[in-house]
Ligand binder design. Structure first.
Ligand code: SF4
Length: 325
């Protein structure tokens, strides 16, 4: 199903008044540069467009994916590993670029062999994402489109993306409302994200379709970052997926958590994940019969920390250590 023209013209119109694109429902005027929870304008606030190899092997393939990292976010997780660019109060990485510049940068990555374009933290930037996809299609570029989201998305918006998104890559963060409130300022996260993931599952189901080179061209992969001290939360996430969707869904179980300065005083989050904690979650996955996907080696925490001051924000990313489950 393709998105309806009326929705598309509405969502990509130049006047973004009364923004309610995401579950925050701010009704903010996006013509202003500092409005709404996400503090975002209607421009292309993009922190980086670069080739990123540090993803699941099926996402990037040998060359890597062209990732478009939007600035700001509709969640403000206190432990965010991308805090440099996701903060809604710090506008250091908020330089707006033109659509033409965006397309030029993406085409540069595609010309280097990337087969896919990933939109990272797109939930507050869906009109901008749609303009980029439309512009790529107009010049005959049809890369695999990856929607890399925190899952704090509206179902009605996701329904309208059906047919445009090839691979959904949501991060299902919580099964408990306490950490969702305390850590991400989103008391309704569990309900909202579960509904969003159910809609992604309705669109894609369990099969992960690969091309002849083993790269994902359509499907759903659910990520989950295991947080130190929040083991029951992680078990609940896996149980939800197994019992309400399917144990055959592809899961990327991440251990790469690294304590940022912002959580130095937090009693649980001020350390890396212990091996026994991660092993317990891996065992839960096995107990639930979830065999599709990837687990991660524990040394991953520092490898994945980006520095968006650099042209290539991800260092050492060839040391990818996601391994098949
Ligand atoms: S996208 Fe931004 S302004 Fe719009 S509802 Fe969400 S947080 Fe509010």
């Amino acid at each position: 199903m393709k998105p309806s023209q009326s929705f598309l013209s509405e969502i990509i119109s130049d006047d973004q008044y009364n923004c309610s694109i995401c579950p925050r429902d701010c009704n903010a005027d996006r013509n202003s540069t500092t409005s709404g929870y996400c503090n975002s304008s209607k421009g292309f606030d993009i922190a980086s467009i670069c080739i990123h190899k540090g993803e699941e092997p099926v996402i990037g393939g040998d060359v890597g994916i062209c990732n478009v990292f939007f600035s700001g976010c509709n969640l403000q997780c206190i432990f965010c590993q991308n805090k440099q660019i996701s903060s809604n109060s710090d506008r250091t990485f908020r330089s707006s670029i033109t659509l033409e510049e965006v397309i030029e940068k993406i085409c540069n990555c595609l010309d280097q062999g990337c087969h896919a374009v990933g939109f990272v933290s797109p939930s507050h930037m869906i009109p901008q994402m749609l303009r980029i996809i439309n512009a790529l299609h107009k010049i005959g570029r049809k890369p695999v489109i990856v929607y890399n989201t925190n899952a704090y998305d509206k179902v009605e918006v996701l329904k309208q993306l059906e047919g445009l998104i090839d691979v959904y890559l949501p991060d299902l963060k919580y099964s408990q409302s306490n950490p969702a409130t305390e850590l991400s300022d989103a008391p309704d996260y569990v309900d909202v994200a579960n509904c969003a993931i159910r809609e992604m599952f309705r669109q894609k189901g369990t099969p992960l379709h690969l091309d002849e080179s083993g790269r994902a061209i359509s499907g759903l992969i659910i990520r989950h970052l295991v947080l130190p001290g929040y083991i029951e939360n992680s078990k609940g996430v896996l149980r939800y997926i197994s019992e309400n969707l399917s144990p055959r869904i592809h899961i990327s179980l991440m251990s790469q958590y690294y304590p940022m300065d912002s959580v130095a005083r937090h009693p649980d989050l001020n350390r890396v994940l212990r091996k026994d904690e991660y092993d317990e979650i891996v065992h839960e996955m096995e107990y639930l019969g979830m065999e599709n996907g990837w687990v991660q080696e524990l040394e991953s925490s520092r490898v994945y920390l980006p520095d968006f001051k650099l042209k290539q924000p991800f260092k050492d990313e060839n040391k990818l250590n996601l391994i098949p489950n």
